[in-house]
Ligand binder design. Structure first.
Ligand SMILES: *[C@@H]1O[C@H](CO)[C@@H](O)[C@H](O)[C@H]1NC(C)=O
Ligand SMILES: *[C@@H]1O[C@H](CO)[C@@H](O)[C@H](O)[C@H]1NC(C)=O
Ligand SMILES: *[C@@H]1O[C@H](CO)[C@@H](O)[C@H](O)[C@H]1NC(C)=O
Length: 241
C-alpha cells in the first residue's frame, strides 16, 4: 500500500507499529507457490507440529535480537487490481525491491485470517508487534470479535489520478503553527495515531481521520499524556478504520 509520509512527525516506534501491524518481518521471502502461501507454514523453532501453538516465549529470556529459523509466510489478500498510479511502489522497476515486496500482504488480523500458523509466527514478536508472552486461548476469542473488512481498506478515489494519496500525521508537535490543515485534509486518507490532538489545532493538523492507529497502551495512556493539550478522546469519524 502506498502512502506519502508528507507530514511525518512520528517516532520510530510509531513508524514500526504502523508498518508492522501484521508482524515484524525479519526476512521477507517472496512466495510464488500458492500452495505454500496458504499452507500451515514452517515453524522450525519448536519440535511440535505447526498445528498447535508454540510454547509461550518470554521477552526476558532474550538478551539480543534472536534469529528465527522459521520461514516468514504471510497472510495475503486477494490479488490487487493493477494500479495506474505512476509513483506506485507496485510499479517499481527496482528488482531487489520487487523480490521482497508483497503488494497484497494482509495488513490486519481479523476473525477469518487468524490461524495457528499466523499465531505461531506472531508469537515470536513482542507487543505491539506480536503476541510474545500471551496465551493462544486468551487472544483467539478477542481476534474472533474483529470482522473481516468488507472492502479493500484503501481504495483509490474515483476520478483521481489512480494514486492513493495519504497523509500520516504524527504526534510530535512540529505541526503546531504550520497551517498545514487544509493540505492534510486534501489527501484521500489521513492517518493519525495514539494521542491525536485535533481540537483547537484544526488549522495546523486538519480535521479528517480515515485510519487511526493505536496500541492497547497508547489508547488509554494518551488520555493522560495529552490532557494538557486538550485531548479528550480518540477520533470518532464515521468512516474511521
Ligand atoms: C508448491 O508447493 C507444494 C507444497 O509444498 C509442492 O508439492 C509443489 O510441488 C510446489 N509447486 C511448485 C510449482 O513448486
Ligand atoms: C517471564 O518473565 C517474567 C519476568 O522475568 C517472569 O516473572 C515470568 O515467570 C516468565 N514467564 C515464563 C513463562 O517464563
Ligand atoms: C503551539 O504554539 C503556540 C505559539 O508558539 C504555543 O503558545 C503553544 O503552547 C503551542 N502548543 C503546543 C501544543 O505545543
Amino acid at each position: 500500500r502506498l502512502w506519502r509520509t508528507s507530514f511525518a512527525a512520528i517516532t520510530a516506534n510509531d513508524v514500526i507499529a504502523l508498518s508492522l501491524l501484521s508482524g515484524l518481518p525479519t526476512k521477507i521471502e517472496r512466495k510464488t507457490n500458492k500452495s505454500n502461501i496458504y499452507s500451515l507454514g514452517n515453524v522450525k523453532t519448536q519440535s511440535r507440529g505447526p498445528e498447535s501453538p508454540v510454547p509461550i516465549m518470554n521477552l526476558s529470556s532474550f538478551k539480543k535480537l534472536p534469529q528465527w529459523s522459521f520461514e516468514d509466510i504471510y497472510n495475503l489478500d486477494a490479488p490487487l487490481i493493477p494500479t495506474t498510479c505512476p509513483q506506485s511502489l507496485r510499479n517499481s522497476k527496482d528488482e531487489d525491491f520487487q523480490k521482497v515486496f508483497l503488494p497484497n500482504i494482509c495488513m490486519f488480523l481479523h476473525k477469518d485470517n487468524f490461524n495457528i500458523r499466523e499465531w505461531n509466527r506472531l508469537s515470536h514478536f513482542n507487543d505491539p508487534f506480536g503476541f510474545m508472552g500471551l496465551k493462544y486461548s486468551d487472544v483467539k476469542p478477542v481476534v474472533k470479535l474483529i470482522p473481516k473488512p468488507k472492502e479493500p481498506l484503501l481504495l483509490p478515489k474515483p476520478g483521481g489520478d489512480g494514486c492513493v494519496h495519504c497523509a500520516v500525521v504524527g504526534t510530535g508537535g512540529i505541526l503546531n503553527g504550520s497551517k498545514m490543515g487544509t493540505e492534510i485534509d486534501a489527501h484521500d486518507y489521513v492517518f493519525r495515531m495514539n494521542g491525536a490532538v485535533i481540537n483547537g489545532y484544526e488549522e495546523d493538523v486538519g480535521t479528517k481521520t480515515s485510519v487511526y492507529v493505536h496500541t492497547a497502551h497508547s489508547i488509554t495512556a494518551s488520555l493522560e499524556f495529552f490532557k494538557e493539550y486538550g485531548y479528550k478522546s480518540a477520533p470518532h469519524d464515521e468512516v474511521l478504520k
